[in-house]
Design a protein around this ligand. Structure first.
Ligand code: CA
Length: 240
């Protein structure tokens, strides 16, 4: 079966290894993006939605296992762990938190590509098409968002949201409990070509908070992570 070029996110911090890997994968016809630490991996995953992730476990800033768990909680994308000899425990944990397969370093390019094509085939067979993970209704705590009806309810009452605020909220809810960087939010809501003031994001967040934070005595459902971005809190303070 020949289809469009598959895209791969390579998450690996060893420079010499990355270079060889990228050259090899591009030669095999893959479109390749590289993340060099765990935080960047999640950012790039959100921005580019690759067809497959090759994930090293020993990474700066956020471990490969955390990256694996985070990606898996929001997507069915195939994940292959690139593991060094003697890290069997991590590999097993990696499979438990949702990786599809693993390849032990050093490996031959041919072996890696065969594994990649195998998980991509299984993915296509399982879903019948490119993976899509966008649910129609997302509910976190008292907030519920329905993409098909373009409707938001807070504790059962409908709240009208302008388009950008709706899109922001959807992104935050789908990724509830995780930090979304400013760049990711701007890219996904305003598009990668957006050149306006990044204050726009803060203004929209502020408006969104004024509509969904119904308890004035509690802190906002949307937490500001200084210097990084925003996170929708999963531990919502529901009052019955
Ligand atoms: Ca590494």
């Amino acid at each position: 079966m020949t289809d469009r070029q598959s895209s791969v996110l390579v998450v690996e911090d060893e420079e010499s290894f990355v270079d060889a890997l990228v050259v090899g994968l591009e030669r095999e016809g893959f479109k390749v993006r590289v993340a060099r630490d765990g935080i960047q991996a999640i950012e790039l995953f959100d921005r580019f939605q690759p067809d497959l992730v090759l994930l090293d476990l020993m990474l700066p800033r956020l471990s490969g296992l955390d990256v694996c768990q985070s990606i898996r909680s929001r997507s069915a994308v195939p994940i292959i762990i690139l593991t060094a000899k003697g890290t069997e425990v991590d590999t097993v944990v990696g499979l438990e938190v949702g990786a599809d397969d693993y390849v032990v370093k050093p490996f031959r390019m041919r072996e890696l590509v065969a594994r990649m094509r195998a998980v991509l085939r299984r993915q296509t067979a399982a879903t019948g098409a490119a993976p899509t993970t966008r649910p129609e209704v997302v509910t976190v705590g008292a907030i519920s968002l329905d993409t098909s009806k373009h409707e938001v309810t807070v504790a059962g009452s409908e709240v009208k949201l302008p388009l950008k605020e709706f899109e922001l909220l959807e992104l935050l809810l789908v990724n509830a409990g995780r930090v979304l960087t400013r760049d990711t939010l701007i890219d996904r809501v305003w598009g990668p070509d957006y050149v306006g003031d990044t204050k726009t994001l803060d203004v929209h967040i502020k408006r969104l908070r004024s509509r969904i934070d119904t308890d004035p005595s509690a802190s906002s459902l949307i937490t500001t992570i200084r210097g990084l971005g925003y996170r929708f809190d999963t531990k919502t303070r529901q009052r019955s």
